[in-house]
Design a protein around this ligand. Structure first.
Ligand code: DQA
Length: 151
């Protein structure tokens, strides 16, 4: 069975009480359960991890190289600044889809920049929880494309 990584960065553990004007009122465990169920519909397993620390996120990506078919990542504010996470995503050498609950392209100017995007095969923003389902579709397409290429 294929397994994918669902990786969340800083402050996403605060979902549920975080700025309700911008973020959906769902807790991170509830969101992870939702994505796990959607992955299950594809017969994919899911391992979820969240950290507020950049180093722990990099460690998780390095470890995922051993088992993951791909990853969905919402790296929170590190999206806009972390070249180290960009490099870790590249090094993973598996399809990665960048997801954001909010529409980062319509928020503050600094938030419109994603430094991890060049290391990702697709991105979804501003679709709330449903965005993770769309991201799974994009991930499935990228995984299938790579498998096709290997044949
Ligand atoms: C976020 C957007 C980021 O700018 C912010 O720092 C987050 C959440 C989103 O899901 O919309 O923590 O990644």
């Amino acid at each position: 069975m294929k397994e994918i990584l669902l990786l969340h960065g800083p402050n996403l553990n605060a979902l549920g009480r975080r700025d309700p004007e911008i973020y959906p009122r769902i807790t991170l465990p509830e969101l992870e359960a939702r994505v796990r169920a959607w992955a299950g519909e594809r017969r994919w397993g899911l391992r979820a991890f969240q950290s507020n620390s950049e180093g722990a996120l990099i460690d998780a990506l390095q470890e995922a190289a051993e088992w993951a078919a791909g990853a969905l990542v919402n790296l929170g504010a590190l999206t806009h600044s972390s070249y180290a996470l960009h490099d870790a995503l590249l090094d993973l050498s598996r399809p990665v889809i960048e997801v954001h609950l909010s529409a980062i392209s319509q928020r503050e100017p600094w938030r419109r920049v994603s430094v991890i995007r060049p290391a990702c095969r697709g991105f979804v923003e501003g679709r709330g929880v449903e965005g993770y389902r769309l991201a799974l579709d994009l991930l499935a397409a990228a995984v299938a494309e790579d498998e096709e290429g290997e044949r």
